[in-house]
Ligand binder design. Structure first.
Ligand SMILES: NC(=O)C1=CN([C@@H]2O[C@H](COP(=O)(O)OP(=O)(O)OC[C@H]3O[C@@H](n4cnc5c(N)ncnc54)[C@H](O)[C@@H]3O)[C@@H](O)[C@H]2O)C=CC1
Ligand SMILES: O=C(O)CCC(=O)C(=O)O
Length: 311
């Protein structure tokens, strides 16, 4: 029998997929290059992606033998999971692989925003020495609002509690929150927080959750951090609020469209922006690759269960 064909369409560490090569025919394509992806799909038994590949109905149409779509990461918003499952295709991800990396990046984004690190670096690069205008605030004693209290949200809470922040949480679906955080409605959280950080999935329900009305509830001294998904925040409304001084700052790892091209948000001095780096650590990528490889192999080469012996 020919080896199953596995298409890897985003970059993964080579050592994480080594186990795949011994059993499968592994082929690499650039998932952003749709014609190249389409050309590879007719043979595919499995497709392994990160956030760079959009797995929509058109992709699934071109892969008649596809048995597995694996996301080397958490968010499945780039995969048409309903269509895949309706066709009997297994969709899997690596939910625990990058939690710590995203939480650590979130800490960096929060500190960068409240201490004006982007503006400071830009001013130095321009030969300026602007200390007075770049006076920031301490996090200690201030309030952090966490929207989405799952794996990442909880790790962010632990880390920012060590900065002596008071922590509010909004998550209508979380089972237990713990004693050290305060469950709060979204509007109340937005009104009371000095920093709001988003850690919820992008779904049809959460797309545009933070729009003009929600931003208007935030303090003009507050900062918004988004290391979840771009489409959760209305970027036009965010740009207006930041430009007009109705919000002090924003720190963004994710964008409605990636890459964001010439988004006007990138030109604002009170925006810290990085190119979707939350999971981009060697540690997280190794874990994500190993976890999806283990799960893909289990789907493609299931261990034969011996027939029970009569007693
Ligand atoms: N920037 C990056 O590189 C990464 C971004 N992510 C994003 O972060 C998100 C969160 O990741 P995890 O914590 O691992 O997921 P998770 O599934 O453990 O937690 C998400 C939480 O959001 C809550 N939630 C859902 N709808 C909500 C709503 N309307 N309001 C408030 N809470 C809501 C859920 O109840 C859940 O507790 C992912 O869905 C993904 O989009 C995840 C990993 C890397
Ligand atoms: O590494 C990636 O592809 C991005 C990670 C991410 O956004 C996720 O795991 O949801």
């Amino acid at each position: 029998m020919p080896a199953p064909v596995v298409i890897v369409s985003d970059v993964l560490p080579g050592d994480s997929i080594a186990a795949l090569r011994s059993v499968c025919d592994v082929r690499h394509v650039d998932g952003r290059d749709r014609p190249a992806l389409f050309a590879a799909l007719p043979d595919a038994d499995a497709l392994i992606v990160r956030s760079g590949t959009r797995v929509d109905a058109e992709v699934l149409d071109r892969a008649p033998g596809l048995r597995v779509v694996a996301r080397a990461g958490v968010g499945l918003d780039n995969v048409d999971t309903d269509t895949a499952r309706a066709r009997g295709i297994t969709v899997l991800n690596a939910p625990d692989s990058n939690t710590v990396s995203v939480a650590e990046l979130t800490v960096a984004l929060i500190v960068s925003s409240v201490r004006h690190l982007t503006a400071g670096m830009r001013s130095l690069a321009n030969g300026e020495w602007r200390r007075a205008e770049l006076t920031g605030v301490e996090l200690a004693g201030r309030t952090l609002g966490i929207v989405g209290y799952g794996r990442v949200g909880r790790q962010v809470a632990r880390r920012l509690a060590a900065f002596d922040m008071h922590i509010l949480v909004h998550d209508p679906y979380a089972d237990t929150l713990g004693d050290d955080v305060h469950p709060t409605g979204l509007d109340e959280l937005l009104t009371a927080s000095d920093v709001v950080t988003l850690h919820l999935p992008k779904t049809p329900r959460t797309a545009g959750l933070i729009g003009a009305r929600e931003l208007s509830l935030m303090k003009p001294t507050a900062h918004l951090v988004n290391a979840a998904r771009g489409g959760i925040v209305d970027e036009t409304a965010l740009h207006r609020a930041l430009r007009d001084g109705r919000l002090a700052g924003a720190a963004l790892d994710v964008f409605a469209t990636e890459p964001p091209g010439t988004s006007p948000l990138l030109a604002l001095p009170n925006v810290v922006a990085v190119p979707h780096l939350g999971a981009s650590t060697h540690d997280a990528q190794l874990r994500a690759g190993q976890e999806v490889v283990r799960k893909v192999l289990a789907e493609l080469t299931p261990v034969a269960v011996p027939a029970p012996t009569a007693v």
